[in-house]
Design a protein around this ligand. Structure first.
Ligand SMILES: Cc1ncc(C[n+]2csc(CCOP(=O)(O)OP(=O)(O)O)c2C)c(N)n1
Length: 602
C-alpha cells in the first residue's frame, strides 16, 4: 500500500479507516483472530510497515498480546468480531483493572442482523460490565478519528478503550482525510510495578478503587466530549442516537433535533438531561438492545424506545421513519433476484467428507466454519453448531449422557482453524476424562469461512511469510490420542473405511481429513480434470442432486424433448456439469448408479 500523507482524502471502508487510524496513532503491535465483520482491519494494517501485525490463534491470545505490548509501553490494538469478545473476556475484564502504559484499543465489530454470525449480541454491555470506555463511530471518517482518539484516551485515563463498529460501519465506505503519523509519548520499556500489573487479590482490590475513580473522570469527560453533540433543529421531535443509526435518523428526519452519542459508555448525564429538556418528544433510536434507553430511563427521563424501534436485526431509514412517525413509509419493491441459499463450493473437500459421514448414520456435533453449511439441505449432515470449538465438548457430553449406546454413533467435526482456536482443550478433556468419541478435523489448510486467512496450522503468517507449521497429528498424539489417521476426503472408499473403523473403536480417535480448500491459489493452480455427463446414460434420477454441488445443473425436459433425446417421455430432465464450476473432486461419479459422470476429455 502506498502510504499517502496529510491532505489526501481516501475512500476507505470503516475497517480500512480503523487500520489507517491505528497506523497514524503509531500502533506498534496489532493482533486479531479473523471474524466477519472485523477481518479486514488486520489485513489492511498488515500492509503498513513499521509495526507487528499478526493472526493470533484466538481472540483471547490477541488481547493478551496487545496488553503485553501496552505493558511494555507500545500502542497496541486487538480486533475481533463481537463473539470474539466472549472468548477474550477474561483478559479484557482484568486489563480494565491493570490499566495500560501504551494505549490499548480493543475493536469489537458487532453484527446486527447476523449476516454471518451465530448470535446478535450487543457488545455495548461489555463496556459497562468491564468498566471500559467505548467509542462508537458512525462513518469511516469517524472510524479513523475515533481510533486515534481511543489511543489517546487510553493513555490519558489509564484504561483499555473499546471501539465498537457494526457491519455497516465496518464494510460501508466513506471519505477519510489522511493525517501524519504521530510520535508516541510513552517511552518503550517495561517498568516494574507489581501493584498495577500483578492482579493478586490484594492489588486487584486497590485497582478496583482506581477503576471506579477512572469511571467518574470518564463520565465528566463524556459531558464535554465533542463526539457527543446536540444538533438542534425542530424541537417538536428530539432523537438520541449513535453509530450507524445516526445516519438513518438524519436521512429519515432531517429536520429533527438530534443528540448524537460518539461515546457509548459512559453516557453524559447532564447532556442527556439538557437535550431531553429542550425537546417536546424524546425518542431513542438504536440498533439491538435498549442500551441508551435504559440509561435515559434510569435518569428518570421519559423517553420512547423499543416499544417502537425494533429490537431485532438492523435498522434502516425506512424502518426508523415508520417506527418513529407511525406513518407507513413508501416501500421500494425489493429487487427480484433468484434465491441463492449458501452452499459449499464445487469441489469442497467438506462435501466429500460429509457424504461419507452420512452413510455412517451418526449424530454430528458440528462447529463453526464452512462445514456448518453442510447442515443445510440436501446434505443435512450436521446436527449441532453452537460456537467455535464447541463440537468436541458437545460430542463428549452426548457420549457421557448416553453411555455405551453412544459408541459409534457420535462424532465431532471441526475445521483446522477452529481446532487451533478452541478445539484443543476440548480434545484434552475427551482424552483425560476417558471418552471414546471420534473427532474429525477438516484440514483444508486455511480459515476458509472468513476469506482464507492463515493460522498456525498453515505454516504462513498474516503477511504470507513462512512460519513453523503446527503439526496437527503430532499435537493430537501429544494430547494422548493414540489413534490418529489422516485421510483424503476425496477418496470416498478410504474415507468411509477409516470412518467406520474409528467409529467402532472403544477409545478416542482423531481423523484428519486433509484436502485443500478449492479457493486457495495453490489449489487452483493444480487444475484437476473436470467431469462431464454422458447424456445418453443420464436417467434423470437426481441422485447426484443429493450432493448439492453447484456445478451440477438440472435441465428440464418436456415429454417431447425427452423422446427426441431418446428418453422415456416420463423423464423430466437430465443433468449437466457446468465445466466452469466443476473442480474435479471426483464425488459425483460415486453417487451416479448410471455411470453417466465421467472425466471430461482435456
Ligand atoms: C469467537 C469467534 N471468532 C471468530 C468467528 C468467525 N469464524 C467463523 S468460522 C471461523 C473459522 C473457520 O475456519 P476453519 O475452522 O478452518 O473452517 P473452514 O471454514 O476453513 O472450513 C471463523 C474465524 C466466530 N464465529 N467466532
Amino acid at each position: 500500500m502506498t502510504v499517502q500523507t496529510q491532505g489526501a482524502i481516501r475512500l476507505f471502508s470503516g475497517n480500512e479507516a480503523i487500520a489507517r487510524g491505528a497506523y497514524e496513532a503509531a500502533v506498534k503491535v496489532a493482533a486479531a483472530y479473523p471474524g466477519t465483520p472485523s477481518t479486514e482491519i488486520l489485513e489492511a494494517l498488515a500492509e503498513y510497515g513499521g509495526l507487528h501485525a499478526e493472526w493470533a490463534p484466538n481472540e483471547k491470545v490477541a488481547v493478551e498480546v496487545a496488553l503485553g505490548a501496552s505493558m511494555a509501553g507500545a500502542r497496541a490494538l486487538a480486533a475481533m468480531k463481537h463473539v470474539g469478545v466472549n472468548v477474550a473476556a477474561d483478559p479484557i475484564f482484568t486489563a480494565s483493572y491493570t490499566g495500560v502504559r501504551g494505549g490499548l484499543v480493543i475493536v469489537s465489530a458487532d453484527d446486527p442482523e447476523m449476516h454471518s454470525s451465530q448470535n446478535e449480541q450487543d457488545n455495548r454491555h461489555y463496556a459497562m460490565a468491564a468498566k471500559i470506555p467505548m467509542l462508537e463511530p458512525s462513518d469511516s471518517a469517524e472510524a479513523k478519528a475515533y481510533t486515534k482518539l481511543a489511543f489517546a484516551l487510553s493513555e490519558r485515563f489509564d484504561t483499555p478503550v473499546f471501539l465498537r463498529t457494526t457491519t455497516r460501519i465496518s464494510h460501508g465506505t466513506g471519505a477519510v482525510p489522511l493525517g501524519e503519523v504521530e510520535s508516541p509519548t510513552v517511552p518503550l520499556g517495561f517498568v516494574e510495578e507489581p501493584a498495577k500489573w500483578v492482579m493478586l487479590p490484594v492489588n486487584a482490590r486497590r485497582r478496583h478503587v482506581v477503576v471506579e475513580a477512572r469511571m467518574r473522570a470518564l463520565r465528566e469527560f463524556a459531558e464535554t466530549f465533542e463526539g457527543n453533540r446536540i444538533e438542534w433543529g425542530d424541537r417538536s421531535l428530539g432523537i438520541i442516537t449513535a453509530g450507524v443509526a445516526y445516519q438513518y435518523v438524519r436521512e429519515a428526519f432531517p429536520e429533527a433535533s438530534v443528540l448524537k452519542l460518539g461515546l457509548a459508555h459512559p453516557l453524559p448525564e447532564r447532556l442527556l438531561r439538557e437535550f431531553a429538556a429542550g425537546v417536546e418528544r424524546l425518542v431513542v433510536v438504536e440498533e439491538l438492545d435498549p442500551f441508551i434507553e435504559a440509561h435515559v430511563k434510569a435518569l428518570g427521563i421519559r423517553v420512547e424506545g423499543k416499544e417502537r424501534i425494533p429490537l431485532l436485526g438492523e435498522l434502516n431509514p425506512r424502518i426508523v421513519r415508520q417506527a418513529v412517525s407511525g406513518e407507513a413509509a413508501p416501500l421500494r419493491e425489493p429487487a427480484a433476484v433468484p434465491n441463492r441459499p449458501p452452499n459449499l463450493c464445487a469441489g469442497c473437500p467438506h462435501r466429500s467428507l460429509f457424504y461419507a459421514l452420512n452413510k455412517c448414520r451418526v449424530t454430528v456435533a458440528g462447529d463453526i466454519g464452512c462445514s456448518t453449511l453442510s447442515a443445510l439441505p440436501p446434505l443435512k449432515s450436521m446436527d449441532t453448531c453452537v460456537c467455535m470449538g464447541a463440537s468436541i465438548g458437545n460430542a463428549f457430553g452426548m457420549e457421557k449422557a448416553l453411555g455405551a449406546s453412544a459408541r459409534g454413533k457420535v462424532v465431532a467435526v471441526i475445521g483446522d482453524s477452529t481446532f487451533v482456536h478452541s478445539g484443543i482443550t476440548g480434545l484434552i478433556n475427551l482424552v483425560y476424562n476417558k471418552g471414546f468419541s471420534t473427532v474429525i478435523i477438516l484440514d483444508n489448510g486455511t480459515t476458509a469461512m472468513t476469506g482464507a486467512q492463515d493460522h498456525p496450522g498453515t505454516g504462513k503468517t498474516l503477511q504470507g511469510e513462512p512460519a513453523p507449521r503446527l503439526d496437527l497429528a503430532a499435537l493430537c498424539r501429544a494430547i494422548g490420542v493414540e489413534h490418529v489417521s489422516t485421510v483424503n476426503p476425496h477418496d470416498q472408499a478410504e474415507t468411509e473405511a477409516v470412518l467406520r473403523r474409528e467409529l467402532d473403536r472403544d477409545a478416542p480417535s482423531v481423523i484428519i481429513a486433509r484436502a485443500s480448500c478449492v479457493l486457495l491459489p495453490e489449489h487452483r493452480a493444480e487444475r484437476r480434470p473436470t467431469y462431464e455427463v454422458i447424456e445418453e446414460l443420464c436417467n434423470g434420477c437426481k441422485a447426484c442432486g443429493t450432493l448439492g454441488c453447484p456445478a451440477i445443473e438440472w435441465l428440464p425436459l418436456t415429454p417431447e424433448a425427452a423422446v427426441a433425446a431418446g428418453k422415456k417421455p416420463t423423464q423430466q430432465g437430465i443433468v449437466r456439469i457446468n465445466p466452469f464450476l466443476c473442480d474435479g473432486c471426483n464425488l459425483c461419479p460415486a453417487v451416479c448408479k448410471m455411470r453417466a459422470m465421467v472425466e471430461a476429455a482435456r
